[in-house]
Design a protein around this ligand. Sequence first.
Ligand SMILES: [Zn+2]
Ligand SMILES: [Zn+2]
Length: 187
Amino acid sequence: MKRISWDQYFMAQSHLLAMRSTCTRLMVGATIVRDKRIIAGGYNGSVSGGVHCIDEGCYIIDGHCVRTVHAEANALLQCAKFGVPTDGAEIYVTHFPCLQCCKQIIQSGIKAVYYANDYKNHPYALELFDDAGIHTKKVALTELSIDENYREKETYIQKLLKELERQTDDQENLQTLKAEADALFRL
Ligand SMILES: [Zn+2]
Ligand SMILES: [Zn+2]
């Protein structure tokens, strides 16, 4: 039996965390690993106890949602909160980190950044990582599959059902289809 690789395992964990994101503009997950052990995880979310973008809508300033703490920062802050050293650790992220997170990753002593998806990949971030001697590598999730855009799919199915509702005379069939959709997307 072939086991999944460490890279795939940690990246899968980050994808799972991304599904906990409370801001749908970008669902990101981050896992911090030291000596092949997960020491912290984070996702894009509001400060503890704050309202969620998925409930109240995003708080946009200059084209960015300012409500959330980024996944990478949340994972690092979890280490700070519980006193877990990050020096020499590695981070697995679903998306290439933004400039702010890059700087925080460098300052925390993390030595390697593995990312599943390119995301704007700021040239200054690459330069900073390079100067700091941080290893970066793209690690796509290939050995197992995680549905990353199930929310968009649910929205799409709901749209189709609304359209069908407008056009159909077959109420019974419509109710069956609605029940099937509900069963599929029940969380
Ligand atoms: Zn938001
Ligand atoms: Zn960020």
